[in-house]
Design a protein around this ligand. Sequence first.
Ligand code: ITT
Ligand code: NA
Length: 199
Amino acid sequence: TRLILATRNAGKITELRTILADADLPYELVGTDAYPEIPDVKETGVTFAENALLKAHAMARATGLPAIADDSGLAVDVLHGAPGIFSARWSGTHGDDQANLDLLLAQLADIGPEHRAAHFACAAALALPDGTERVVEGTMPGTLRYAPAGTNGFGYDPILQPEGHEVTCAELSPAEKNAISHRGKAFRGLVPVLRELLG
Ligand code: ITT
Ligand code: NA
């Protein structure tokens, strides 16, 4: 079975391929690069789950194949959950991880260490061409640093120190991050659903 991986984010693709390979699934994972003619869907949802489903349904409909999608982001307590679903374009430029991270750090410069709680969230969606849909969500709680540290991962990884760790996500190895991450939890949770619906 071919399974479409409905994301253009290189950091996500790397992690998803590893997380799903660990589950030893019998599917051929096909990236959206194989379908350059299919336009990106507008992410008009107000939750991670809604946006993940929009992306998965669009690819499943357009390709006639099952599709999985990830919508994710960083939710900061003192900002009432922002950047949240706007994480990828917090600075105004979609996908400029450095600018997004720099802006967020500047916005939190005066926030004390006791008030820097945040979490990553991920919604993992599966859509079938017949409209069947499933979503599994995962989170990773932590606190925000005052300066970036580490070069692994992507996005806001250099500033989020996961609960129970003394280093940032960008200082964890990929395997260490996947073991505790929002994305690892969400997609490992989706694995039994994939086995049930795709065989
Ligand atoms: P697709 O829609 O093509 O999947 P995207 O990058 O637009 O790609 P999102 O809208 O879900 O995806 O945005 C995710 C944002 O959240 C992006 O800015 C990431 O940097 C950030 N993010 C998500 N997961 C992360 C992680 O594990 N580590 C660091 N940042 C993360
Ligand atoms: Na999004």
